[in-house]
Write a protein that binds this ligand. Sequence first.
Ligand SMILES: NC(=O)c1ccc[n+]([C@@H]2O[C@H](COP(=O)([O-])OP(=O)(O)OC[C@H]3O[C@@H](n4cnc5c(N)ncnc54)[C@H](O)[C@@H]3O)[C@@H](O)[C@H]2O)c1
Length: 449
Amino acid sequence: MTMLREAMLVPTTTDKIANREAVAGIIGLGYVGLPLAVAAARAGFRTIGFDIDAEKAARLNAGESYIGAVASEDLANLVAEDRFRATSDFAELAVCDVIVICVPTPLSKQREPDLSFVVETARTIAAHLRKGQLVVLESTTWPGTTEEVVKPILEESGLKSGRDFFLAFSPERGDPGNARYRTVTIPKVVAGDGPQASALAEAFYGAVVERVVAVSTPATAEAVKITENVFRAVNIALVNELKIIYDAMGIDVWEVIDAAATKPFGFMPFYPGPGLGGHCIPIDPFYLTWKSREYGLTTRFIELAGQINLAMPHYVISRLEQELDRRQQVSLSAARVLILGLAYKKNVSDIRESPSLALMELLRGRGASVDFHDPYVEIIPPTREHAQFQGRKSVTLNPEGLAGYNAALIVTDHDATDYALIAEHSRLIIDTRNVMARRGFASANICKA
Ligand SMILES: NC(=O)c1ccc[n+]([C@@H]2O[C@H](COP(=O)([O-])OP(=O)(O)OC[C@H]3O[C@@H](n4cnc5c(N)ncnc54)[C@H](O)[C@@H]3O)[C@@H](O)[C@H]2O)c1
């Protein structure tokens, strides 16, 4: 009787989440994990951020953010108020009631899913797992990962999912650089391994974000995220293909898309570009491709979209080559080219999988001399695929400098770039984003590609 009463007095994880007494542990403090950690801390949970990179942890504890979506001042306040701190000591996982995994899920060189970060993290959690904990995977992955990969590793601890600890999947849906939608304002899809895990995950995220969308199984939630990214990859490939076709016909694809978008139903605008970039769209769809093979199925739309999108940098180079030849009688091997924008998308500093790097590579391979300018990327950091560019610095834009290039190639349409200066002093502008027309610059030296 006494024991029963004592047991009833011990707060459950549900109580702790409701009272904001739960400690949240966020593993992987990158583009996804850090904003989530800050949102959890702001929602009232004492939050511990975990990262294998001790230097990152030290910077965060000093109140210094390295992610655009998180202001250093906000972070410093949370650290000062003891609501957030970062560590590389994973033994502290034991004090967490909720553990969220936000580690990378890249592709291997053979373009197969590389789940090593997730597996390693699951093993680390298993070593510290205790009863009552909720573990959530947020990393984008193939449908089935939570139950087929993470769950067995956690259960090696001797504890059982749904009885001793609780397991869920909730995909991250961030849009870096998007000021309107941030971690807390983007609806969060959630599914647990069993009803208790679902209820706990819904309660935790319900406290952190404005809206939670529950789905039936973790595999469904995993499929939701992959579907969103496949949808983007396929639609971008479609407009990229249309760009090439309409260009040959003398039709401006951007004008077509903008006019088509006035249809109040049944059309959603996607815009062509120089190729896909970032951590998600070029990578995630192939997680589904890999898993589909297990069922003897092929993902033809994904493969086709991948082929078209991967070919876009080649198309841009061929357009640049034609225009240099036609207008300046200069071959690519003798040309000086300035890449405008190194980040994979506007107004962010993230260069992962950026088409700018692929374009720099292609230009270098053809013997061209190539520089870059990016207001967000002062110096090229180490990258897995393009090590030879590490340390290259962004050049300053000025009239003499611009006039010295045979062509300026706009790859990323950052708002902070001085397009008026570029319009006035560049000999040839190859615009892959239609940014010059959107800003009202019209001249014979601007060429869309
Ligand atoms: N960046 C986005 O916009 C975005 C959007 C949606 C989904 N995602 C998904 O979220 C996941 C994380 O992506 P990201 O962009 O935040 O990656 P990131 O590279 O910015 O951050 C990952 C962090 O995890 C750390 N890390 C690596 N291995 C670790 C380990 N074993 N233990 C602890 N920390 C470890 C790294 O040091 C790094 O700080 C990926 O699955 C990605 O597909 C990303």
